[in-house]
Design a protein around this ligand. Structure first.
Ligand SMILES: *Cc1c(COP(=O)(O)O)cnc(C)c1O
Length: 307
């Protein structure tokens, strides 16, 4: 029997997404070859990347001037690629949890980092309010959903400098105003696909402004220019992402995902608040809508292992 999976990531995927991906691993679209042995340069693979990019743009209403690319290395590699490509002198970071702290740590290798606010002193149980973003920063970095602490930024901030968001664990769960961001990135295994691929949405005219040389593989321009095909991309995770993007579209897009997220969160928080067995940790106005951040760790461990 299929067990319930409340893990943050690799997380649950719709059954039909897993079935379509599994079928393609045995034989890719009647080609006589497995997707696993299909070249990324094959004529029948290019449409997979093209369609995934097009659907990403459609579902999130991504405006002109933004590129969508698929990379390896996870969100963790973006922690250093972001400052490598965007930090000339100074960057601003909002510290809302362990991932935000890790992102900030990498940026310090490249320049001055201003922590605009932090909820570390309260064990990251809330999203700080009333902070000022320095107008002379090269960018402002946020982590929209704090996977471990169960807090989420549910609005698109107005930032005086390009805003860069790690949306690993809440991408595609609500409509976002992409025009307010310079870049959005995330590992796929929480909200998009299986592990192995990273998505990046990048406002192209922000690139090429740092003076340092950037190694070819770490330069976003390399991957944008080559359409995610500079080297061999993670083909199976990209295919799986495409299946999930199609599934999301079929459900009614990110508006439908948001309704589902609200409903799911209401059920779970309702029980957390009602049932004395649970203790809610995140402050109410900072609570995440994402499914996995909300049960106590003991309860979620139990749920993940009990059929
Ligand atoms: C899981 C997670 C990461 C790390 O992702 P990897 O793909 O494993 O590097 C980074 N940021 C957030 C918000 C996450 O939830």
């Amino acid at each position: 029997m299929k067990k319930y999976n409340f893990n943050a990531g690799p997380s649950i995927l719709p059954k039909e997404v897993m079935e379509a991906t599994a079928a393609a691993c045995l034989e890719f679209e009647g080609s006589g070859l497995s997707l696993m042995e299909t070249s990324h340069r094959a004529k029948n693979f290019q449409p997979v990347v093209d369609e995934a990019v097009a659907l990403f743009k459609e579902l999130l209403s991504i405006p002109e001037g933004y590129a969508v690319i698929f990379l390896g290395g996870g969100a963790s590699l973006e922690f250093c690629m972001v400052p490598y490509n965007f930090l000339e002198k100074k960057a601003a970071y909002l510290n809302t949890g362990v991932w935000a702290t890790k992102a900030q740590k990498e940026a310090k290798l490249f320049g001055e980092v201003v922590e605009v606010a932090s909820s570390a002193d309260k064990n990251f149980t809330h999203i700080p309010k009333n902070f000022t973003i320095p107008t002379d920063a090269d960018y402002f970095h946020i982590t929209s959903n704090n996977t471990i602490y169960g807090t989420e930024i549910l609005k698109d901030y107005d930032s005086p400098v390009p805003m860069i968001a790690d949306m690993s664990s809440d991408i595609l769960s609500r409509p976002i105003d992409v025009s307010k961001y310079g870049m959005i990135y995330g590992g796929a295994q929480k909200n998009l696909s299986m592990a192995g691929v990273t998505f990046c949405i990048i406002k192209e005219d922000l690139l090429g402004k740092v003076s340092r040389p950037i190694p070819t593989m770490l330069d976003y321009r390399t991957h944008i220019k080559k359409g995610s095909m500079f080297n061999t991309p993670p083909t199976v995770p990209i295919y799986c992402a495409l299946q999930n993007l199609k599934w999301i579209k079929k459900q009614g897009g990110v508006e439908a995902m948001e309704k589902l997220a609200i409903k799911r969160a209401e059920i779970v928080y309702g029980e957390i608040d009602r049932n004395k067995l649970f203790v809610g940790t995140a402050e109410e106005d900072s609570r995440s809508r994402m499914r996995r951040d909300i049960a106590t760790s003991a309860a979620s461990a139990q749920a993940a292992t009990t059929p």
